[in-house]
Design a protein around this ligand. Structure first.
Ligand code: SF4
Length: 465
C-alpha cells in the first residue's frame, strides 16, 4: 500500500537532478559535522554528558521550571504559561493588543510553527515578518520549512533569485548569493525599523540565571530585539537546562552537529527587558508533559533541534522534507508526529531504512531508530498496518509453523520462474515496482544438503583484508 510519504517521495525523486543535488548538499553538511566531531577527542563524552543532563532535567522538570520562572521574574521578565497551542497564540495576541502592535518581527521558531502562530496572527490583522533569511524566502513563497535548521534547503539559488526579482526588484537573472543576501538585508532593514514587537524562540533556558539563550547565524534575532521595545520569547518547557556548565556542553555540540561550525555566529543571552520595554516569556507545554510519562518515547524530549538526524538520513536526503506529513521531517519528526497523533502521522514511520545512522549522530543520543521500530510494531494495534503486509505475515506465519507445507511450497517455488510477468509484477505487488525477484533455484538447499551435495567448508586461512 502506498503511503502519503511514499507518494510525495515519488514526486520528489521524479526530479532526478533535484534529488541528487539535495542528497549531496545535505551529505556535505553531514561530512562537515563529522570533521568537527573528530577534532574533539572528548566528543563521545560530551554526547553522553549532554544526554545525561537532559534526562536528569526532564525527569526533574517541575523543579527546574519553577527555578527558571522564578529567576526570570526576579529579573523583570513577565512569565506566561501555555498548556497548548491555542493558549500560546492567545497570549501572543493579547500582548500585541496591549501594545497596539500591528507588526511583529520574528526570528526562526519551530515552536511558533508547531502552534501555527503565523496564520493565526495574520488572520487577526497582524503583519508578521520572518527575519531569518530562509524563513523569509519561504514566507514570500507561502511555503513551510523543509528542514528545521536550513528551512529553505530544498531551493536552488536561481529560484531564490527569481523570487527576489519579483518581490524585491533585484537585477534580472542575478542569483549571486552575496548579491541576494544584500538585497534581503536591505529589504528586511525597513521591517526591523518599523516592527512594534519582536519575537524569538529559545534554544536553552538556564534555570540558575533565568537567561533565555538564542543561537543564530544571521544576527536577525538581535536586530529585531534591539529595535522593538517589546520582546516575546516562546519556549517549549523541555528547553530548560540547569546552569551555565550545562549550557557550555550544548553550545559545543549544537553548531557542530547542525552545520559543522564550531559555534553559531551569535549566541545571545536575554535576561531582562530593555529600558522602558517589556520582556515576555511564554513557557509552552502542548503535549510535552505527557511524553515525560511515556517510557518508550521520553527521550524525544532531549532533542536540541540540531537537524543532524535529517542530514544523515538516507530517506530524508533523497525524499525531501515535504514528503513527510508532520511539519518536522526526518527521524525526529517521525517520532514527534507519532507522539502528536499516531492516527494522523502513522504514514511517516515507513520513511526509515532502520540504518540507525540517526542514533549515531544525535548529539544527545536519542534512540530515534529504536523508537521508529517500536512505532512500526504497534501499527496494527492502531489500525494502521498495511493490509497487504498483514495478509503476507499471516501466510508466512502459517507456512513457518507447518514444516510439511513449507517444504512442499519450496519444492514448487521454481514454477514461479515460468509465470508470465503480469502475474507477479502488478499493482498488488508494490514491492516489485522497482525490484526484481531473484530466480528460485531448481533444488532447495535442504534437498542438496540431504543428498550430500553441499560440502562443509572449513576455513584454513584468515580472510585477507
Ligand atoms: S533528534 Fe538529535 S539529531 Fe535529531 S534534531 Fe534532535 S538533537 Fe538533533
Amino acid at each position: 500500500m502506498s503511503t502519503l510519504h511514499s507518494k510525495a517521495a515519488e514526486r520528489f525523486i521524479a526530479h532526478k537532478e533535484q534529488e541528487a543535488w539535495h542528497n549531496e548538499t545535505l551529505w556535505l553538511v553531514r561530512e562537515k559535522r563529522d570533521r568537527m566531531a573528530t577534532q574533539l577527542p572528548e566528543w563521545e563524552e560530551l554526547r553522553t554528558l549532554a544526554a545525561d543532563i537532559k534526562m536528569h532535567t526532564i525527569t526533574h522538570l517541575d523543579n527546574y521550571l519553577e527555578q527558571f520562572a522564578a529567576k526570570a521574574e526576579s529579573n523583570g521578565v513577565i512569565v506566561h504559561w501555555a498548556k497548548d497551542a491555542s493558549e500560546h497564540n492567545g497570549i501572543v495576541l493579547r500582548i500585541l493588543a496591549e501594545h497596539g502592535a500591528k507588526k511583529l518581527i520574528k526570528s526562526k521558531s519551530m515552536l511558533a510553527e508547531e502552534c501555527h502562530l503565523n496564520p493565526f496572527l495574520i488572520e487577526k490583522g497582524i503583519d508578521v515578518v520572518e527575519s531569518d533569511l530562509g524563513e523569509r524566502i519561504l514566507q514570500l513563497l507561502h511555503e513551510p520549512p523543509s528542514h528545521i535548521v536550513m528551512p529553505a534547503i530544498h531551493l536552488k539559488r536561481e529560484e531564490v533569485g527569481r523570487l527576489f526579482e519579483k518581490e524585491m526588484h533585484t537585477e534580472k537573472g542575478n542569483s549571486d548569493p552575496t548579491y541576494l543576501t544584500h538585497a534581503a538585508r536591505k529589504h528586511l532593514r525597513n521591517e526591523f525599523l518599523t516592527a512594534d514587537v519582536a519575537m524569538t524562540g529559545c534554544n536553552f533556558g538556564v534555570a540558575e540565571t533565568g537567561d533565555m539563550v538564542v543561537c543564530t547565524n544571521e544576527g536577525n534575532a538581535d536586530m529585531g530585539t534591539s529595535f522593538a521595545k517589546v520582546h516575546i520569547v516562546t519556549m517549549g518547557i523541555e528547553k530548560v537546562i540547569p546552569d551555565y556548565q550545562a549550557l557550555s556542553v550544548y553550545t559545543r555540540l549544537l553548531a557542530r552537529s547542525a552545520t559543522g561550525q564550531p559555534v553559531t555566529a551569535y549566541t545571545s543571552h536575554y535576561r531582562k527587558p530593555q529600558e522602558g520595554g517589556e520582556l515576555h516569556l511564554i513557557l509552552v507545554d502542548n503535549g510535552r508533559s505527557e511524553i515525560i510519562g511515556n517510557e518508550d518515547h521520553i527521550q524525544t524530549l532531549k532533542c536540541i533541534r540540531c537537524g543532524a538526524c535529517m542530514n544523515t538520513c538516507p530517506v530524508y536526503r533523497r525524499s525531501g522534507g515535504y514528503s513527510y506529513t508532520y511539519f518536522i521531517p526526518g527521524p525526529i519528526g517521525i517520532n514527534l508526529g507519532m507522539l502528536r497523533s499516531p492516527q494522523e502521522y502513522a504514514d511517516n514511520v515507513s520513511a526509515c531504512s532502520l540504518c540507525f545512522s540517526c542514533n549515531n549522530v544525535c548529539p544527545v543520543k536519542i534512540d530515534l531508530a529504536d523508537q521508529i521500530y517500536r512505532w512500526r510494531q504497534g501499527l496494527d494495534s492502531i489500525g494502521k498496518a498495511d493490509p497487504m503486509k498483514k495478509v503476507m505475515s499471516t501466510g508466512m506465519k502459517y507456512l513457518f509453523s507447518h514444516p510439511a507445507i513449507y517444504n512442499t511450497a519450496l519444492k514448487l517455488a521454481p514454477i514461479v520462474n515460468h509465470f508470465p510477468r503480469f502475474i507477479i509484477y502488478n499493482r498488488l505487488n508494490e514491492w516489485g515496482i522497482r525490484r526484481e525477484l531473484p530466480r528460485f533455484a531448481n533444488e532447495t538447499f535442504t534437498s542438496l544438503w540431504k543428498k550430500g551435495k553441499v560440502k562443509k567448508q572449513t576455513r584454513t586461512k584468515p580472510i585477507s583484508k
